[in-house]
Design a protein around this ligand. Structure first.
Ligand code: NAD
Ligand code: TDX
Length: 368
């Protein structure tokens, strides 16, 4: 592999076979959809996903079935904590790049039940690393790209940005579990010489996001006339990025990031939660032909999230400068696309919320 400078490769990595974990989730499915649609990407893709409440094969429907794509794509229902399974897949499919999205991803759930977060995010990443280490010992190098979050950096005051070298300061069970996984990835690169890259991204939004996260929850509740729960004073700040722009960043880092490098990814799009909600309501009202004032009346201030981080903001200058990445969707266009998608896919929301999808899973894949 040739290095362009300390951070980038001159000759891009060109994976022939990728193992993608969590490819039935929100961001992983965007990555698979966009890779299969990109003529510049010829990699075969194996999607390893446990199909937890957050994983849904419908997220890939219409994108993986055509014969030329079906020949390049396969799905395995399984657990990343199953090291023997991961090793077997790496060997069987001659995998040369592993893109690791699988995780428990919702902060509120991590507060109510941290165990799954430690099991999946920490022990799952450990199993992935052990599998890659075993392949390396057998003479087969697998590059690992680890997908992480800006939440590992903690919480900002009114000013400042997270850069790649900001010290870690995770403050929720979710962010602590992601920080632990990041540390393990770096430690394995350092100690065992694994080839790894890492990205830390800000809040994503877009189609197929599970309606527990702020934006899809608020759209769904607007449509159903339910209260719109704003935590605390609604002045917490997040930096929002359209999901396909994140998927593109992951591909760029995977193919052009030098081993051992980390990349911050963000939308340069900070919003206070309450301001975002007001903007969102205007768009939903227009699409639903509803009265925006009636939707605003649904806003309900509720008890704050324990330990609620005040502000996240990413400095994504490095990936812009060195890899030429830039978000393609501004917030207005991204929110329009998201609301339009939601209106056209209300069945998807009803199914993932109602448990009909779980019944389908039990029938087709057996109970777990
Ligand atoms: P998601 O919850 O929508 O999807 C997670 C996927 O992982 C699901 O398909 C689930 O079935 C699968 N999974 C969970 N446990 C598994 C296990 N033990 N074995 C195999 N598969 C398992 O999450 P997302 O929002 O798509 O996030 C993907 C990644 O990106 C995560 O690592 C997350 O920390 C990170 N991230 C998310 C955001 C965001 O705003 N959503 C921002 C930055 C980083
Ligand atoms: O009902 C709500 N009301 C509310 O005020 C919900 C669900 C959230 N909020 C607030 C909490 C946050 O300040 O909105 C903001 C965004 O909340 P989430 O959508 O839960 O996202 P966040 O906690 O910021 O974490 C997200 O971004 C980083 C993802 O869930 C993580 O996976 C990612 O790593």
């Amino acid at each position: 592999m040739s290095h362009g400078n300390a951070e980038t490769l001159t000759v891009p990595r060109a994976p022939s076979s990728m193992l993608v974990t969590g490819g039935a989730g929100f961001i992983g499915s965007s990555f698979i959809r966009t890779r299969l649609a990109d003529p510049a990407c010829t990699s075969r893709i194996v999607n390893l996903d446990l199909l937890t409440y957050a994983g849904n094969l419908e997220n890939l429907a219409g994108h993986v079935e055509e014969p030329e794509r079906a020949g390049r794509y396969s799905f395995v229902r399984g657990d990343i904590r199953d090291q023997a399974l991961v090793e077997r897949l790496l060997e069987q499919h001659k995998v040369d790049a592993l893109v690791h999205f699988a995780a428990e991803s919702h902060v509120d759930r991590s507060i109510h039940g941290p165990r799954d977060f430690i099991e999946t995010n920490v022990l799952g990443t450990f199993a992935i690393l052990e599998a890659v280490r075993a392949r390396k010992a057998a003479g087969h190098d697998v590059h690992l790209h680890h997908v992480s979050t800006d939440e590992v950096f903690g919480s900002l005051g009114d000013t400042g940005f997270f850069v790649e070298t900001t010290a870690y300061d995770p403050r929720s069970p979710y962010s602590a579990s992601k920080a632990a996984s990041d540390h393990l990835v770096r430690a394995y690169a350092h100690t065992y010489g694994l080839s790894t890259t890492l990205s830390n991204c800000s809040n994503n939004y877009g189609p197929f996001q599970f309606p527990e996260k702020l934006i899809p929850l608020m759209i769904a509740n607007c449509l159903e006339g339910k209260p719109l729960p704003v935590y605390g004073d609604g002045q917490n700040v997040r930096d929002w990025l359209y999901v396909d722009d994140h998927a593109e960043a992951v591909w760029l880092v995977l193919t052009r990031g030098a081993p051992g490098t980390s990349w911050n990814v963000g939308g340069r799009n900070e919003k206070k939660n309450l301001d975002l909600l007001h903007e969102l309501i205007e768009v939903v009202a227009r699409h639903a032909n509803k009265d925006a004032a009636a939707l605003r009346a649904l806003i309900t201030f509720v008890k704050d999230r324990p330990g609620h981080d005040r502000r996240y903001a990413i400095d994504c200058g490095k990936i812009e400068r060195l890899l030429g990445w830039t978000p393609r969707h501004d917030f207005g266009a991204g929110i329009e696309a998201t609301v339009r998608w939601t209106f056209a896919n209300r069945g998807w929301i009803d199914r993932v919320r109602s448990g009909a999808y779980r019944e389908w899973l039990d029938t087709n894949y057996g109970k777990r």
